[in-house]
Write a protein that binds this ligand. Structure first.
Ligand SMILES: Nc1ncnc2c1ncn2[C@@H]1O[C@H](COP(=O)(O)OP(=O)(O)O)[C@@H](O)[C@H]1O
Ligand SMILES: Nc1ccn([C@H]2C[C@H](O)[C@@H](COP(=O)(O)OP(=O)(O)O)O2)c(=O)n1
Length: 653
């Protein structure tokens, strides 16, 4: 069985940009397709389900243009689909087949809808019944009540209210609501059973109103769509981040100190799961919220509080609380979570079994679970995930309590969050930041420390050197800020083994040339260049940890680094090292700069790196000074490892 081993972690801090919400992505695609005008959709989720929707829309005559990363222009039909026939493959995308069935049934064409075998086991009968009540001609091509479906043109009549069940899936109601404006007539929907997952209907109503169609609602029983309303493109729309996915990172901030900020959901969010932040606040976590972001930090007291909460409104995100409960100051009870029993797995049973492996005392009932924290937890427990993405994601948080563990079958996160563990590493992997002037030994020491600890290594100077070299090769002047920033943003660099490639060309040696060092120092003074390289550097933060060397590792790129070292040496010692390095490389004496010239150039570079307006080279207040003037390489490495041992005792044995 594949697995991932998470080390004992102590601190989580940083920023995560969330992937787009699946529910919102597919609703927006359909509404944009039915609307009059062009809609620019930004931050669309890149997943199997959205691909299915995009392909289907193209087949029935909707204009789809890719305008950027996760950005599309949808040319709406201003009414029913113009393509009057089509064979549409829906994969296993519930959020595509349900609303499309309704919209196609009202488009006056002949269509077939099918999917993977599992899709043909997922019920759609309540929706088909609803559509048949208004005269739509939808037939089962396989088993009654399930896809595949065949749809024929039919005359629709809306005289009587449409009566549908609400207790199986709220997606049937969503599908009808989104499609009915195609008729142009007044339509009424009445629920025959209690509606579940109301927050999802709120999302539907909210998005419909953004496209100009309002629904009158009497409680959750009766919905009226007045006739004569049409969808009109609102122009540019952004897909919110996935709020359930946000819960892991917010809990990470609450358990691991924080602050952890998620971007893509916030006060303006229309997803019910943002209320997870309220539950964390009940646990004492400090929560801040903006229109489009939420930030979580540990309680001021340092200890999370026990809770007893009804979590019916946030069943998915609530799983995260069951794991956070391990670090609370008393037993925690999660109530009204019966739906856990019928999700990807029986989540109550699965949660109880895996929490017990860690040593927590767990009690469970039909629709509740109580987790009593233990003073210490078993190390290196192997957690099973039951093919349930949320089990894998929640249990990653255990590591932040300083408890190493194994997570089996981690790839199950692909269902909603394929790069979850990379993103988790970007807020939780410890960073050792080593900054200092040229030839202080940063690169040599950082690399050795990384090898000793088994950590990843970032030579940030190499990125500035690559930028300078790439700019020179492209004929871009090194003081052309916009031009060089564009080069930096699209740097075609690769780092196979010990080599460095630029557009496939081996430049490992070329970027070490003195004139490229000077060029690097010049382009590094341009703010737009620094911004262009920022995220690229942060992406190096991965588990089990990172050693990063440069000028602003501790101040700008990884300000939350738990270990910050300022490595320096006298200018004379550094000039001498560079001189020796050149001799060591076999540079002939007649081509070698004189020691005094190296010293002069080094002083000029120090001055430029320290005087620039953005991210100047300086010792941060929380960085420890290591002066290597009197030290050999081994001693310098030992000095840094001593600091790591003191600050991160769990990573050095
Ligand atoms: N503490 C030290 N004592 C002597 N020489 C050193 C020491 N640290 C590094 N060096 C040597 O100095 C040169 C420059 O070191 P490097 O790691 O490239 O510095 P930086 O990355 O800070 O520019 C290398 O040849 C390296 O072997
Ligand atoms: N994090 C960083 C790393 C390097 N730079 C700039 C400043 C340096 O003069 C150049 C080259 O960096 P590099 O670390 O490769 O240079 P040295 O080996 O220390 O001479 O890039 C920076 O501004 N910020």
């Amino acid at each position: 069985m594949e697995h991932i081993d998470l080390p004992a972690l102590t601190r989580a801090a940083g920023t995560v940009r969330l992937p787009g919400s699946k529910s919102i992505s597919n609703r927006m695609l359909l509404l944009a397709a039915l609307a009059q005008g062009e809609t620019e959709i930004r931050d669309l989720l890149d997943s199997d389900d959205t691909k299915v929707m995009l392909e289907a829309l193209k087949k029935v005559g909707v204009g789809v243009t890719v305008t950027g990363v996760n950005a599309y222009r949808i040319t709406g039909c201003g009414g029913p689909f113009p393509g009057k026939s089509g064979d549409l493959f829906m994969g296993n995308a519930g959020t595509a087949i349900r609303p499309l069935t309704a919209a196609l049934a009202l488009s006056g064409g002949h269509y077939r809808l099918s999917g993977v075998p599992r899709m043909h086991e997922r019920p759609i009968g309540d929706l088909v019944d609803g559509l048949r009540q208004i005269g739509a001609d939808v037939r089962y091509a396989g088993k009654d009540g399930f896809p595949p479906l065949e749809i024929f043109p039919a005359a629709v009549k809306l005289a009587a209210p449409i009566r549908v069940r609400g207790d199986v899936s709220s997606q049937f109601l969503t599908a009808l609501l989104m499609a009915l404006p195609l008729t142009g007539e007044t339509a009424v929907i009445e629920m025959t059973t209690e509606l579940i997952s109301k927050p999802y209907i709120e999302i539907t109503l909210n998005l419909m109103s953004r496209f100009g169609v309002t629904v009158e609602r009497e409680g959750w029983q009766r919905f009226t769509l007045r006739g004569g309303q049409r969808y009109v493109s609102p122009g540019v729309v952004h897909v919110e981040g996935d709020a359930s996915g946000a819960s892991y990172f917010l809990a990470a901030g609450a358990i691991g100190g924080g602050p952890v900020r998620v971007e893509g959901v916030g006060r303006g969010s229309i997803q019910g799961d943002v209320r997870f932040a309220e539950a964390l606040a009940v646990m004492g976590a400090r929560i801040e919220m903006g229109e489009n972001w939420i930030e979580a930090s540990a309680p001021a007291t340092g200890k999370l509080k026990a809770f007893d909460l009804d979590l019916n409104h946030i069943p998915d995100a609530a799983m995260t609380l069951a794991v956070a409960a391990l670090f609370a100051d008393g037993p925690c009870t999660l109530r009204n979570i019966a739906s856990w029993r019928v999700k990807e797995t029986d989540r109550i049973a699965a949660m109880a079994a895996e929490l017990r492996k860690l040593g927590a005392a767990v009690e469970e009932g039909a629709d509740w679970i109580t987790v009593a924290p233990a003073p210490t937890y078993s190390r290196n427990a192997a957690i099973d995930t039951y093919d349930d993405h949320r089990m894998a994601m929640c249990f990653s948080l255990v590591a932040l309590g300083g408890v190493p563990l194994r997570i089996n079958d981690p790839k199950c996160v692909a269902k909603t969050f394929p790069d979850y563990f990379d993103r988790f590493g970007r807020i939780a992997a410890p960073v050792i930041a080593i900054d200092g002037p040229s030839a202080s030994g940063k690169g040599t020491v950082a690399q050795r420390v990384a090898e000793t600890l088994g950590f990843h290594f970032l030579d940030s100077g190499a990125l500035y050197r690559l930028t300078a070299l790439a700019a020179l090769r492209a004929g871009v002047a090194l003081d052309d800020e916009t031009g060089v920033a564009a080069v930096a943003a699209t740097l075609p660099a690769e780092f196979p083994g010990d080599r460095i490639l630029l557009a496939g060309d081996d430049v490992t040696e070329a970027i070490r040339a003195e004139e490229i060092g000077v060029g690097a120092s010049k382009v590094a003074a341009l703010p737009a260049v620094r911004t262009a390289l920022l995220e690229r550097q942060r992406a190096y933060r991965r588990l089990p940890g990172l050693v990063a060397d440069g000028r602003d590792m501790g101040s700008v790129v990884f300000p939350e680094a738990p270990v910050k070292v300022f490595l320096t040496a006298s200018a004379e010692a550094r000039a001498e090292r560079r001189h020796k390095q050149l001799i060591g490389k076999g540079m002939p004496a007649n081509m070698r700069p004189l020691l005094q010239d190296i010293l002069q150039e080094l002083r000029e570079r120090d001055a430029r790196d320290a005087a620039r307006s953005v991210a100047p080279l300086k010792q941060e207040e929380d960085a420890e000074l290591v002066d290597t003037t009197p030290l050999g390489i081994d001693e310098a490495v030992a000095a840094v490892l001593d600091i790591v041992r003191r600050k991160l005792p769990q990573v050095v044995s």
